[in-house]
Ligand binder design. Sequence first.
Ligand SMILES: *Cc1c(COP(=O)(O)O)cnc(C)c1O
Length: 355
Amino acid sequence: MSKWEENVRKVVPYTPGEQPKDQNVIKLNTNENPYPPSPFVMMKVNEMKDDILRKYPDPTADMLIESLADYYKIDKSSVFAGVGSDDVLGMIFMTFFKGELPILFPDVTYSFYPVWADLMDIKYETVPLNDKFEINIEDYIKPNGGIVIANPNAPTGILLEKDKIIKLLDNNKDSIVVIDEAYIDFSPEGSSCLDLISKYDNLIVVRTFSKSRNLAGLRLGYAMADPKIIKYLNDVKFSYNSYTLNTFTILAGTAAISDDAYFRKCNEKIIATRERFSEKIKELGFTVLPSDTNFVFASHKEKAASDIFQYLKNKGIFVRYFNLPGIDNYLRISIGLDEEMDKLLEELNTFLTQD
Ligand SMILES: *Cc1c(COP(=O)(O)O)cnc(C)c1O
């Protein structure tokens, strides 16, 4: 080993779901939205003058921040945006988790949380889910350096009731509570914690354009919280990279927010497909956790998830398999178009009835 290697920040990176080059595969492995973005998005991007790209982008992305603030009826001092919610969450870890006590998050959750904690030398403790894969809030009521909960949780898809989060907040005034609402737009109305940011100044709600806004390729995410939190986040952001959001992203994101009818229509379709698909896959002998997201987490009673995963992959259908303790017999299947889900059901049926 070279001498300099002793000084390398050695990390085990997060592995994102595969992005196959072959355009003909059915891609149900990264929870992308199967519908194209709002037509307003490309319209805005096409109208863009080249002079705009000659200049640096607006470092505070005012247009986008204001449109989000108007949309959610909050003050713009309560909104922070970044390069996908991954960037926003990474920034949150860097800004707020510098204490002595460990931060807490579930043992089964978005697998980027432990990666950031390791990268940034943040102490953390994982809290086991119960045997129904649910988060038990009582387990988080203890001294901590911060709490991170994906709601609905990933990859389980299970939504934590809002009154439980209120209980968590009432019993946790001394540290930051992050609720990662990447999938909340696929949950029943009223499930979000967003309205609680005016009451709890230690709460941060994180959202993304990648799933419910059909714009995973754009890389845009945002956080909403008390202005004091947003100020601390901006201080760290501007100490690291002033221009996280490029001009395309600011324009396209603003356009997407302006088309609420389209947003609602796509998400309603996905929810309808999810419900239909969940019933069908149960008929094939799968156990399906109750999902309030754009994916389902399912396990077959007889066949190993890893075998099903491989079979589907060979047939050009990509789903997600996590070879991790406790969930290694489950598949996470994103909700695609109705015809894609039908093709998947057909292949599953073939696999399950062969030999
Ligand atoms: C997809 C996802 C993210 C990251 O989304 P990006 O905005 O694309 O970076 C964050 N948290 C959870 C729980 C997710 O599933």
